[in-house]
Unconditional design. Structure first.
Length: 137
């Protein structure tokens, strides 16, 4: 049960997400900071339209799912949930050990200095989570 801090700045969502999901399934607790600076590769219009389409599936007077939130940290947490086996108890327990924060949250400078940093090469077409959330509104 180690406490792992991951910095989302200059990281791609899929690559960082697969690393985080693996660590959660191993039993570690993960704090994911700087979620608003996380990059999503591809055309942002298509990504936003995919989220809107999933949101429309749950409309029609239904109080049940699927719900997509318009906050960067909660949207990232919802997307990381898709990388976990949610239909099994180990996946739900792993999701409870995940904490997503915009900016640095309430961490100290020493904890931020020990955070895992991803230095992925920027793709040609990308959008940050902040831009995607702005387009969803």
């Amino acid at each position: 049960m180690a406490k792992l801090i991951v910095n989302g700045e200059n990281a791609i969502l899929g690559r960082a997400g697969s690393y985080i999901a693996k660590q959660l399934l191993k039993g570690d607790s993960v704090i994911f900071i700087n979620c608003e600076k996380l990059m999503v590769s591809g055309r942002k219009e298509l990504f936003v339209e995919r989220i809107r389409q999933k949101r429309r599936m749950g409309s029609g007077g239904s109080m049940k799912g699927p719900k997509y939130i318009r906050q960067e940290d909660m949207l990232v947490k919802r997307m990381l949930r898709g990388m976990l086996p949610w239909d099994r108890p180990k996946g739900r327990e792993a999701h409870k050990r995940l904490r997503c924060e915009t900016k640095t949250g309430n961490l100290t400078k020493e904890e931020i200095a020990t955070a895992k940093v991803f230095n992925h090469k920027k793709p040609q077409r990308f959008a940050t989570m902040k831009e995607i959330v702005r387009l969803l509104k």
